[in-house]
Design a protein around this ligand. Structure first.
Ligand SMILES: Cc1cc2nc3c(=O)[nH]c(=O)nc-3n(C[C@H](O)[C@H](O)[C@H](O)COP(=O)(O)O)c2cc1C
Length: 230
């Protein structure tokens, strides 16, 4: 947890030598991992300066190591950069957010209206992450019975990216208050791609161990999952 993006090595480290066998993850590593999970955060407040390109590349490389159904690697990543694409995405969010607000009344509506649900105005990097529902990779293994597993694979890869980014001192904010069909059309992606997430990426302007939605009184975090026995 000590290497913020601006001070991390500018070169990409070589992959560990497989001949040296699996690493031993000691107690200190596990403690750091626990810290990473606790401090990961969904980030909505970003600095506007860009992330070091090598650092961003290391974060994105994590996609290639993610689990995926049948090893299908169905993630497709679009870096949203042009002013027109950024404008279309932001306007999409603004109208979807306005519509979502209409679904609440009273105090809950006032609370919703007060939430900051995206860093799309300021985040220096923005990634639209899609699932290619028609990929041949993986030869349909697992996806024949449960095609949604391709999308879940993309979610797994995003989660991994989120953690790797945080370990590099980079914040990620997942935006889902969007009209996916409109975004697919505006970004002109193939018909077989479905939107899984729109990610704002950049150096965080704030750090907290508490989810922002908990801080704002929207929802609380339950400390452990409920496990049922059958
Ligand atoms: C699939 C998914 C979609 C999300 N969509 C949004 C969103 O549209 N806007 C937002 O502000 N946060 C979004 N989040 C972030 C959650 O609000 C956040 O993860 C949760 O409040 C817990 O906070 P933490 O991530 O900081 O621990 C999303 C998270 C996930 C996993």
């Amino acid at each position: 947890m000590t290497a913020p993006a601006e001070t991390s090595a500018s070169n990409r480290d070589p992959a560990p030598d497989p001949a040296s066998g699996p690493p031993v993850f000691d107690a200190a590593f596990r403690q750091d991992l626990d810290g990473l999970l606790r401090w990961r955060r969904d980030v909505r407040h970003f600095r506007t300066d860009p992330v070091d390109p090598d650092c961003l590349a290391r974060c994105l490389d994590s996609f290639a190591l993610a689990p995926s159904v049948g090893l299908s690697q169905p993630w497709r990543i679009v870096s949203v950069e042009t002013p027109s694409a950024r404008k279309a995405a932001l306007e999409n969010f603004q109208s979807a957010n306005h519509e979502a607000l209409q679904g609440y009344t009273g105090d809950r509506a006032r609370l919703y209206a007060d939430l900051k649900l995206s860093g799309m105005r300021e985040a220096p990097h923005q990634l639209a992450i899609f699932c290619d529902e028609a990929t041949d990779r993986g030869h349909g293994l697992g996806a024949q019975t449960m095609p949604e597993m391709r999308r879940y694979s993309v979610v797994a890869a995003i989660t991994q990216f989120w953690l790797v980014a945080r370990a590099e001192g980079v914040g990620v904010g997942w935006v889902s208050v969007l009209d996916p069909a409109r975004l697919c059309a505006d970004l002109d992606v193939p018909e077989s791609w479905t939107l899984v997430g729109y990610l704002c990426v950049g150096l965080p302007a704030l750090a907290s161990q508490t989810p922002e939605l908990a801080e704002k009184g929207w929802e609380t975090r339950s400390p452990r999952p409920e496990i049922q026995t059958r």
